[in-house]
Design a protein around this ligand. Structure first.
Ligand code: C2E
Ligand code: MG
Ligand code: MG
Length: 713
């Protein structure tokens, strides 16, 4: 307070105080005035005022102190050592006491006492030591100011140290501040951009619409976020991820725009790389299946519009697996890389070459004028792939099987086109590899139908739609039945009872051949079991397909089937087989037949005299019975040569110790002739048609009571 002499001279406050002190009247009304004045001054002033005596007991604690600390005057004054209230921590308390002693009362010093509820205050105090040794302390609470300052500093350091660029504009979109990252990213210094609009970032020039759209959006929304293209000070463009927002005052008036953005060039590059990787094969760097599909998809409408031809080729290397297995994967990889390079050379720049996986490649040849043009490329490919491929220390050779389909001749969708090319490739493989095949819709349809028919047959087999009929065979001379042949029938739900000629050709050679064989044997064994209980013990012959017979596990399956019927043995069975192409593996067939014989079965060579018949089979195969084909038997009455053949077969059989059965005895005359020629075993419509199992016993009871001429079941 620098008003000493002047204010005293002019009758100021201090003068009045001094005056009051000097009057004798001091104990009267003026004293009360003075006290009221001091109390007003000390107690009500919005500054913290307090006082302590030499023993540090509180002698003054004004209203403002009560508000800041939460302690009431009477509480602080009554306390023997009130400093301990503000500094509950002992060490801190001791420091404060020591600090007070050295405190220079002419200057404000910072103290951080605690309030009643334990909060730290940041306060500034000046302590005036009064003549008697008491202290009068004047203080401000600057806690809030400090907090605000900290906050401001933090914000400033975030602004400055942010890795993202920050740009602040005023309400008119004139830049009023930018941070260091802004300069790093854009190349512009703060001073260069102040007062400019964000358009200078390059976005406005490059993409005025986008800039306009952002501003528009910010009119109605609080913020905008997205990617745009920016331009640096040096002219270079770059992708940036921008987020912009509007700062408004309490009344909703726009004050500022704040934009933060980062340079996402690296991120973009990374994304592009990932995208590329997802669409390319790592080894050959060629497009992969997905990429190929996209390109094909896009090419179809173009080809349609331009009325050009487009070829989809599916290429598979021949004999790649052995190379891989023998020479190792590194060699395999080298082959694939070389092949992909050669394929690249064989096609034009706009054509697409992709690796679908393994040793499969796909080609999309566009803008073709004719099928021939495509075939020329394919020829070139065959030639290039067929050339020796150098490896580290050797040369390998491979070739390619290629399937081709032409759009729009094959007017299918992208995915189907590739599948058709794949099917054509399989046909190329099956027809000997190192060649190409064009997809042929008709052929495909046929395959498709035959697959569906086979599926239907499988359903029939699983659904018990098949059954067996039995045709007796007899000894005409003795007039007794000597066996039955089991013949397959299909009780079709729509087409009625079907004979083998209607379905067997599709079934033979298919995946169903063995399951059907098993089913037949199982049914026969069940039937034998049933007849055994009824007192009938006739041998049953069944027809085995030659393919099945050549399988190494055939005998094993038969053994297992017999084992499931302990009451039966192989002597109740006869196996009939035809000489056929499967006889190629004569050894396998011979082994199977021998095995059958070992189990007690008799072996019959069916339809003898037709097909692949060879007299040497009679010597080499373990055969017990010959069945003369019904064509010779039927013609025997009219044709001397057929008669001679039948007679010859009968004689061969007799000489080799084989039974000979004549099939197709259609009339009594055929039977008579057979007997004349020296035969006696016969089977045919004149004796009995094949019949359901339940008719067999009644038939046997009747036969040969009324002779053996034709009776239908
Ligand atoms: P297959 O083994 O030579 O059977 C004799 C065929 O001649 C039977 O035809 C039978 O009905 C027929 N047949 C019998 N007597 C006469 C006759 O007097 N005149 C004429 N013209 N035909 C007669 P099916 O039942 O149609 O069987 C045809 C062929 O199907 C069989 O010829 C056999 O090779 C095959 N087959 C039948 N069942 C099976 C079977 O379960 N498995 C296999 N793999 N093939 C079977
Ligand atoms: Mg037969
Ligand atoms: Mg036959």
């Amino acid at each position: 307070m620098g008003m000493d002499s002047d204010s005293r001279a002019e009758g100021g406050l201090l003068a009045r105080l001094a005056d009051a002190c000097e009057t004798t009247d001091v104990l009267n009304g003026r004293r009360d005035d003075l006290l009221a004045l001091i109390e007003q001054l000390f107690g009500r002033t919005p500054i913290m005022l307090n006082g302590f005596d030499r023993q540090r007991r509180c002698i003054l604690w004004n209203h403002q102190c009560e508000r800041a600390f939460g302690w009431r005057t009477d509480e602080v004054m009554a306390h023997p050592d009130p400093l301990a209230l503000f500094y509950p921590d002992v060490t801190e308390y001791q420091d404060v006491v020591a600090g007070l002693a050295s405190h220079d009362g002419s200057r404000f010093q910072e103290w951080t006492p605690r309030t009643r509820d334990g909060r730290r205050l940041t306060t500034l105090w000046a302590n005036v030591v009064l003549p008697g040794g008491d202290r009068l302390c004047i203080g401000h609470d600057i806690t809030e100011q400090r907090e605000a300052e900290k906050h401001r500093r933090l914000a400033a350091s975030v602004f400055e140290s942010s890795y993202d660029a920050i740009m602040i504009t005023d309400a008119e979109q004139r830049i009023c501040d930018v941070n260091a990252a802004f300069t790093r990213i854009t190349g512009y210094h703060r001073e260069e951009v102040l007062d400019l609009t964000p358009g200078m970032l390059g976005t406005a020039q490059r993409n005025a619409e986008a800039y306009e759209a952002i501003c528009q959006h910010l009119e109605t929304h609080h913020n905008w976020k997205g990617e745009i293209i920016g331009q640096r000070r040096n002219g270079e463009t770059y992708p940036l991820l921008l987020s912009a927002s509007v700062v408004r005052d309490d009344q909703g008036q726009r004050l500022h725009y704040v934009a933060t953005f980062s340079d996402i060039t690296l991120l973009k590059r990374h994304q592009e790389e990932l995208h590329r990787l997802a669409r390319h094969d790592v080894l050959t760097e060629l497009p992969n299946r997905r990429h190929f599909a996209e390109r094909l998809e896009a090419a179809l409408p173009r080809a349609r519009r331009d009325e050009t031809l487009l070829a989809v080729c599916f290429l598979d290397l021949d004999g790649f697996k052995p190379i891989n297995d023998r020479l190792g994967h590194a060699a395999g990889d080298q082959v694939l890389i070389t092949v992909s390079q050669r394929l690249r050379h064989a096609i034009r720049a706009n054509d697409v070459l992709a690796r679908l996986g393994g040793d499969e490649f796909a080609l999309l040849l566009g803008d073709l004028d004719s099928q021939d043009e495509c075939l020329q490329v394919v020829e070139r490919i065959h030639d290039l792939i067929g050339r020796p491929i150098p490896l580290d220390d050797s040369l390998v050779k491979t070739s390619s099987s290629i399937g081709i389909t032409l759009f729009p001749h094959d007017d299918s969708e992208a995915e189907i086109l590739l599948r058709h090319a794949d099917q054509a490739m399989y046909r190329a493989k099956r027809s000997g590899k190192n060649r190409h095949c064009l997809f042929d819709a008709r052929h495909y349809q046929e395959e498709h139908h035959s697959r569906r028919r086979l599926d239907r047959l499988e359903q029939a087999l699983c659904g018990d739609e098949f059954l067996l009929h039995y045709q007796p065979r007899v000894d005409l001379r003795r007039g007794e039945a000597c066996g039955l042949e089991a013949l397959l029938r299909w009780q079709h739900p729509e087409h009625g009872l079907l004979e083998p000629a209607d379905f067997l050709p599709q079934l033979l050679g298919s995946r169903l051949e063995s399951p059907l064989g098993d089913w037949v044997i199982e049914r026969i064994l069940d039937q034998l079991e049933q007849w055994r209980h009824q007192g009938l013990a006739l041998r049953i012959g069944f027809n085995a397909s030659a393919n099945d017979l050549a399988l190494p596990e055939f005998a094993e399956r038969l053994t297992r089937a017999l084992a499931r019927h302990p009451g039966l043995d192989g002597r109740m069975l006869e196996i009939e087989f035809q000489e056929s192409a499967a006889m190629d593996d004569q050894q396998a067939v011979s082994r199977a037949l021998q095995h059958c014989r070992d189990m007690g079965l008799r072996v019959a060579l069916d339809d003898f005299g037709t097909g692949y018949s060879s007299l040497s089979h009679l010597r080499e195969l373990p055969i017990d019975i010959l069945k003369i084909d019904k064509r010779f038997v039927a013609a025997m009455l009219d044709d001397d040569r057929d008669t001679a053949l039948v007679q010859g077969i009968l004689q061969i059989g007799a000489r080799l110790g084989l039974d000979v059965i004549a099939e197709g005895i259609e009339s009594p005359a055929h039977g008579e002739r057979l007997l004349q020629l020296g035969g006696s075993l016969a089977q045919g419509y004149a004796i009995a048609h094949p019949m359901p199992a339940e008719q067999v016993l009644p038939w046997l009871e009747r036969w040969p009571a009324s002779g053996w001429h034709s009776r239908r079941p």
